[in-house]
Structures are given as structure tokens and as C-alpha cells.
Write a protein that binds this ligand. Structure first.
Ligand SMILES: Cc1ncc(COP(=O)(O)O)c(C=O)c1O
Length: 379
């Protein structure tokens, strides 16, 4: 017979966190930062969105036209092979289409890689102050993180950048993946082609090396081109790119890997079949064909970044060297007060406390009007 006193007890609160698998149980959800739609409403045209390294010039007109036309086909599923975009990429990059994997942003592919190749038996190496997705991908796969201290703050060419020799030494028998970003977010720093070539010689073939080139299209420094030619000699090398930055298509979510066909084949086993939507496939393909627009974006960013750096320096703000569309400014004191002051005037920048750099702010290169708004808001 049921015990009436027990029946009256409320059941314990349901908490699905207790049911999550061990790797997910240890994770925290992505911090979405400021509520940007609300801020756009609050500040209107006076907002300066300098927190997410987007392209203030936006996408090429050709991409916009292709996206509008693709909307008519949105009642159909997208091509699960992404064949047209892959062919366009293969032609431009000089690789076979079996070397290409498409992602719903490169973020998806960076996560998928760890999920496919590593688990609790393995470790994954990345750098202190490296891209935020690397530790998340590692934790989500349940792998052990080996976070290698960055180069010292006073380093001549890459302060707080990746220390490649130390990263090669950090590899252990069960290391499966190494994540590098070149140039790196959030530091903006980079390493040269020769340093990468030496690094790859020092790393065993059984360790997959990802070179995340999200900012590649902004680069114009001598000695840094791309890791792509090294894929011929190193089948364990994976190059990651995105349409979110210089192509001005962050909201579309398209990224890609260039990798050995056997790496692509493994990723394909877990990739969601329709991960890149019809509008995104069409927009990315058209954007790729518009080389003139990309050249314009590149030139604008270079000139504006250097102008902004000079203006900041004149006001006493020191920025790290950058080959990207953002600057990492390091203050003499904690940056929270400055971030709050800027925020109050509608100037959104990215605080770096979460990266272990409480005195730094990451500032994207905006339009001239946005950059001026930033400068006016400084004390
Ligand atoms: C270094 C780096 N890699 C990858 C990404 C993610 O790009 P996507 O929009 O393709 O997911 C970013 C975005 O900020 C980045 O900075």
C-alpha cells in the first residue's frame, strides 16, 4: 500500500545536468556577451560594433545578389555535398575537391575535428591566449588539454603569441591534435612560414595539426603566406578558413577545411548532412569569385588598422602587432572601467578577462565613423 506521507513529498527538482555525459557535464555554455539586438535598439546609428571582428564593409554586391536569388530555392534542401562551392574553392586553391570539408562556420569544423579524432584517452595541444574554441573543442571531446605558455609579453615580433618550439615539445604519446591560429585571435600576432615548416618537421605524423587561417585574407607581412603548400608534404596538416571575416559573411556561417582526403572522409561520418544552407552556399561561391571586392577590403583594413593604431598610440594606448582586422590594446591597469565607459557610449569592444588578460581590450577595426566614435569615447 502507498505511504500517504511519502506521496505528499514533492519529487526532487529535475536537473538534466546530472544526466549529461562526463565531458559535457564539465562544460559551460557559450557566453554570448552583450545583447546586441537590444543595444542596436538603444543606440541606433550611434553604436560602434567593434567586439566581434566583423567586416564593416560587408559582403560583395555579387554575393548579395546570389544570396537573394538563392532565397527562391530555400524550400529545397541544400546540396549535401556542397559541390559548386567546393569546385570553386578547389579551383582557386589548387586542391582536389576531396581535400575540402565545408562547415557551418569554421567553428563547427574545429569542434567536429576533436570529436572525431580524440576522446578521454588523448590530449590536445594549444597555446595560452589561443583562439577560444580550441579549449572548448578539447573539453567537449573529453580529451586532456595541454595549454602551452605563450611567448613572453616583451617578445619582439609576437608578444603573447604561439611558442611553436615549446608546443612541439609538449606533444605526448597520446596527443592527437594541435590547434594553431595564424594570425591568432585574440592577440593578432603571427608566426612565419619557415617557423611553421620547422614545427611540422618536429611533430609526428600521427598528430593532426590544425592551422586556423581565419584572418588569412588580411595578411600582408613578409615571410607569412599560408600553410597550404605544406599540406603536400604533411598529410597530418589541416588548414582552416572562413567566410566570416574578410568576405564579410559572418552571419551566413560558412567555413572550410583543406585536409588530406582521409581526414575529410572521417569528418564526413559525423558532419550533419545539410550543415551549410542554400543561401550560404550561393553567397560564399559568389563572394569567392569577387576578387576585386576582397582586394578592396584588404586595402581598407590595412590602412584603417594602421591609422587607428597610430591614433590610439597618440592617446597613450599600446597595441600588439596585428595582421588581422583587430587590435589588442594592453592598458596599464584593469580594463573593466574603460570597457564600461565605452559601453555606456555605445562603443562595444571585447574584454579579455576570460582569456586571462584583464588589462587588455580587443578592438575590431570598424568603419572610419565607428573608429572615430571609439576615439571620441576614450578618456
Ligand atoms: C581564429 C578564429 N578561428 C575561427 C573563427 C570562427 O569563425 P567562423 O565564423 O567561421 O565560425 C574565428 C572567429 O572569430 C576566429 O577568430
Amino acid at each position: 500500500m502507498a505511504n500517504p506521507s511519502r506521496a505528499a513529498e514533492p519529487p526532487p527538482a529535475f536537473d538534466a545536468a546530472q544526466l549529461a555525459n562526463p565531458a559535457t557535464a564539465r562544460l559551460r555554455a557559450y557566453d554570448p556577451g552583450h545583447d546586441l539586438p537590444a543595444l542596436r535598439e538603444r543606440f541606433g546609428a550611434a553604436i560602434a560594433e567593434l567586439g566581434s571582428n566583423e567586416n564593416p564593409l560587408g559582403p560583395s554586391q555579387r554575393a548579395l545578389k546570389a544570396m537573394r536569388a538563392a532565397l527562391d530555392t530555400a524550400f529545397r534542401y541544400p546540396d549535401p555535398r556542397g559541390a559548386a562551392l567546393k569546385h570553386a574553392l578547389a579551383g582557386q586553391l589548387g586542391v582536389g575537391i576531396d581535400h575540402l570539408a565545408l562547415g557551418n562556420g569554421s567553428h563547427e569544423l574545429l569542434m567536429l575535428l576533436a570529436q572525431c579524432f580524440a576522446d578521454a584517452q588523448h590530449s590536445i595541444v594549444y597555446s595560452q591566449y589561443g583562439f577560444a574554441v580550441f579549449p572548448i573543442a578539447t573539453a567537449a571531446a573529453g580529451a586532456r588539454a595541454i595549454c602551452v605558455p605563450a611567448l613572453p609579453r616583451g617578445h619582439r615580433t609576437a608578444p603573447r603569441g604561439h611558442d611553436l618550439p615549446a608546443m612541439a615539445r609538449a606533444v605526448r604519446r597520446h596527443t592527437r591534435v594541435i590547434y594553431l591560429a595564424n594570425p591568432n585571435n585574440p592577440t593578432g600576432t603571427w608566426f612565419g612560414d619557415a617557423a611553421l615548416a620547422a614545427f611540422l618537421e618536429a611533430v609526428p605524423r600521427e598528430v593532426l595539426v590544425v592551422v586556423d587561417e581565419a584572418y588569412h585574407e588580411y595578411v600582408d607581412v613578409q615571410g607569412l603566406s599560408t600553410a597550404l603548400p605544406l599540406t603536400a608534404r604533411h598529410p597530418n596538416l589541416i588548414v582552416s578558413r572562413t567566410f566570416s571575416k574578410a568576405y564579410g559573411l559572418a552571419g551566413l556561417r560558412v567555413g572550410y577545411f583543406v585536409a588530406h582526403p582521409s581526414v575529410v572522409a572521417v569528418l564526413e561520418r559525423l558532419r550533419e548532412s545539410f550543415n551549410v544552407n542554400v543561401v550560404a552556399l550561393a553567397g560564399a561561391e559568389a563572394a569567392l569569385a569577387d576578387r576585386a571586392w576582397l582586394a578592396r577590403v584588404h586595402a581598407f583594413n590595412r590602412a584603417e588598422r594602421e591609422w587607428l593604431r597610430d591614433e590610439l598610440l597618440e592617446r597613450g594606448y599600446r597595441c600588439l602587432p596585428s595582421q588581422t582586422n583587430f587590435l589588442l590594446c594592453v592598458l596599464k591597469q584593469d580594463a573593466t572601467a574603460l570597457e564600461n565607459r565605452l559601453f555606456g557610449q555605445g562603443v562595444i569592444v571585447r574584454p579579455m578577462g576570460g582569456y586571462g588578460m584583464p588589462r587588455a581590450l580587443r578592438i575590431s577595426v570598424g568603419s572610419r565613423a565607428e573608429n572615430r566614435r571609439l576615439l571620441r569615447a576614450l578618456p
